[in-house]
Structures are given as C-alpha cells and as structure tokens.
Design a protein around this ligand. Sequence first.
Ligand code: ZN
Length: 179
Amino acid sequence: MILKVARMGHPVLRARAEEVTPEELSSGSIAALVADMEDTMMEYEGVGLAAPQVHVGKRVAVVEVPPEARHEGDAGFPRTAMINPVVTPLTDEMVAEWEGCLSIPELIGLVPSPGRIRVEWTGLDGERRAAEVAGFAAAAIRHEVDHLDGRLYVDRIEDLRTFQFTREFARFGRRRSAG
Ligand code: ZN
C-alpha cells in the first residue's frame, strides 16, 4: 500500500524515532510497515525511505540504490529493510553528493558525507547484520539514518547557494558543475 509522505514542517520529521523492540519485530507489524514503505519508495522512485517520512516514529528504513546510480563503478546497495540501524564513519574524508528527499519535493542540495561508512542493522528475521558501504549508497544510508534522528539533509548543506529546484538544476546545474 502506498503511504502518504510527510513533508518538511511536519513535527514527525524532527522527532527522534523510537527503537523497535523484539516484540514488535516478531508481531509482524514491522514487516507490514516495511512492505508499505517499499511500495511507497518505488511509487516515488526514491533510493530510500525512513519510517518518520510515513508518519511512523520508529527506527525503520528501507534503501535500494542501483549500481552506478550516480558514479561509474559504484556498487550500489540491494533492497534492504534496516531495523534500528547504526552508522559509523570509517573515514574523515568527506564526499559531497547531490541529495534530494521525498519529504522536500522538487529540491536538491549538495551535502558532505563520510566517503565510507559501516552500517549495522537488524533484519526482519531478527538477525543483526553489518556492511561497509562507499560511494553514493553511503550518502543514501546516512540520509535515511539521519531521518531517524530527526535530521534532514538541508541541515547539512554547507553552501546554501547549492540548494535549488531540480528543474533549474537540470537546466543550469550540470553545466556549472562541469565547468
Ligand atoms: Zn529524506
């Protein structure tokens, strides 16, 4: 089922989401939420979606980053439901990526992220998992876990002059970044 997406200004996007308990996970309610979140992510062609974006204050995110979504040679990240995810930077080197958000439609901005991260999460089966991620997928996962802490990508934009409408970016942005 496609869910309504909360837009910037809704308080649910600024609250810290709650940890999912083992009881909730075994009840099946989280699996149902994840299925709806995946439907919603696909409908709006996102590479990730966090539960607060569908008005649920739980630490649940889905991600799916196709290989080479942004950069040649990037591995991407397969479709994954992450319960109680934790991101740890593996480098001090920050890489800037253009980010958008289904909760802030039609806008993008340039956001610095750690170039390589470790992410740990619990799967729907209750097993704890971990992965090391680089490239655009690392930024996408950081973006989703930020949502669980009430943080939006706009909070991380260093140069607000990069904050712009996608349509204008398509007209003028590429030319500028290529120059
Ligand atoms: Zn977002």
